[in-house]
Ligand binder design. Structure first.
Ligand code: ARG
Length: 260
């Protein structure tokens, strides 16, 4: 009888262990991730103040700190996968990363291929020009416009005139916003269309640049994920809601964006 009891205890313990181990890539929070215990976030860390590489090589910016806070809430270790912007979107879309946080604008095309979290910021596409330039919102169609490849600025500006764009011939795509701005400084393009917060950073960092009055397009930023990973989507939305409710989210934003 005693032996039996002991056996049952062992069987019970083994069943418990199995239950604990049989979860593959699942975290305590119940979400399945690409790598067990980790949250892989793909990004393109050339987009201040949302994501950039600090002097010591670490990642900083609003998205990076929010990503860390989300990972913590989910009980996962954050891994930042830095790559080109297009690649960062694709990585999440194809499930090579768990999500993309890169100041990603939600649009219909992207919604067809990935799921998005609730929006966490507003992005405004603005136009950077050289100080004293003749370029204005109405004659952009006669200009050469620099943009970052794969961004909504590139997509919309290179669209046909009927669709509200200026046509591909008027748009040059660069690997990063910084390179597009450098092309403007060097006179290779007449204007740069880019999100407002990076625009402010670039205008501040380069003498002789200014942004045109007015908004070229107003957009929502959200976190992109592979289609169908509902558990992760819900966990991320819940974590975000909590970070907003307890002030963590706003504190991160305030750290990088001075109130106007
Ligand atoms: N909001 C724009 C878009 O989604 C630009 C984002 C670029 N982000 C970056 N990390 N480079 O297309």
């Amino acid at each position: 009888m005693k032996k039996m009891k002991k056996l049952m205890a062992i069987v019970g313990a083994m069943a418990l262990m199995l239950a604990l181990c049989a979860c593959g890539g699942k975290a305590a929070s119940g979400v399945t991730t690409v790598e067990k215990g980790k949250l892989h976030v793909s990004t393109n860390a050339e987009f201040p103040p949302y994501e950039m590489v600090a002097d010591d090589g670490s990642f900083e910016g609003i998205d990076m700190e929010v990503a860390a806070a989300i990972a913590k809430k989910l009980g996962l270790e954050l891994v930042i996968d830095d790559m080109g912007f297009d690649a960062a979107l694709l990585a999440a879309q194809n499930g090579q990363s768990d999500m993309v946080m890169a100041g990603v604008t939600v649009n219909e095309e992207r919604q067809k291929v990935m799921d998005f979290s609730d929006s966490y910021a507003t992005g405004v596409q603005v136009v950077i020009v050289k100080e004293g330039s003749e370029v204005n919102m109405d004659n952009l169609g006669d200009c050469t416009i620099g943009t970052q490849l794969g961004t909504t600025g590139y997509i919309y500006a290179s669209d046909s005139v009927e669709n509200g764009g200026y046509g591909e011939d008027h748009v040059v795509g660069y690997d990063s916003g910084a390179l597009a701005v450098m092309a403007l400084v060097n006179g290779q393009v007449d204007a740069v269309i880019i999100d407002d917060k990076p625009a402010q950073a670039y205008v501040k960092a380069n003498a002789g640049l200014t942004t045109l009055e007015g908004e070229w397009a107003v957009e929502d930023y959200a976190i992109g994920m592979k289609k169908g990973n509902t558990a992760l989507l819900e966990a991320v939305n819940k974590a975000m809601a909590e970070l907003k409710a307890d002030g963590t989210f706003q504190a991160i934003v305030d750290k990088y964006i001075k109130a106007d």
